[in-house]
Design a protein around this ligand. Structure first.
Ligand code: IMP
Ligand code: MG
Length: 179
């Protein structure tokens, strides 16, 4: 695993520190509010586990899974819900937790679907943001790190379903893609 990584972008310690800061910020912003935290599987599973433990509020947690159609690495903008949230979000202050905001297709679509369910508010918390790749007008309310246009793995993020369990975030060696 480790030998396939060209460069470590964020170490385990850097991730811990930043996630703790995000949790503190959310804790401050949502004092006295009913908060539902929902994450999009599978890439955000580790971020979700760490972030929710850094939020000192009586939150609920929920999960959904989506897939986007499209050839190869380019997502078409069509998103299908594979697993929906288990709980109603009506009247709740919803925080959507994502691993990475790339083209923005996934969240642009999801925001529409979720807004129709009449939550009190919706905000997006993404661990990583690649603004250079954005094709949809969408931005996160909380961002862990802004990164350049490189394919990253680890801390939940995969390449072909592998490398999710790396404790850090790194850039893969080009030969791993056959590139
Ligand atoms: P978007 O719909 O293009 O914003 O894509 C978001 C999804 O694409 C993320 O939730 C990831 O699952 C995946 N993705 C985008 N960039 C990367 C990356 O650099 N590494 C791993 N997965 C990525
Ligand atoms: Mg993925």
């Amino acid at each position: 695993m480790h030998q396939d990584v060209e460069k470590i972008l964020f170490t385990q310690e850097e991730l811990e520190d930043r996630v703790r800061e995000l949790g503190r910020q959310i804790t401050e912003d949502y004092q006295g509010k009913e908060v539902a935290v929902a994450s999009v599987l599978r890439g955000s599973y580790i971020f979700m586990a760490d972030l929710t433990r850094a939020i000192e509020l009586p939150i609920t947690v929920d999960f959904m899974a989506v897939s986007s159609y499209g050839a190869g690495t380019v997502s078409s903008g069509q998103v299908e819900i594979k697993k929906d949230l288990s709980d109603s979000i009506e009247g709740k202050n919803l925080i959507i937790v994502e691993d990475i905001l790339d083209s923005g297709n996934t969240l642009y679509y999801l925001m529409d679907v979720l807004r129709a369910r009449k939550p009190e508010s919706i905000r997006i918390c993404t661990l990583l943001d690649k603004p250079e790749r954005r094709t949809k007008p969408i931005r996160a309310d909380y961002t862990g790190f802004t990164i350049p246009d490189a394919f990253v793995v680890g801390y939940g993020l995969d390449y072909n379903e592998k490398y999710r369990n790396l404790p850090y975030i790194g850039i893969l060696k080009p030969e791993v893609y056959g590139g």
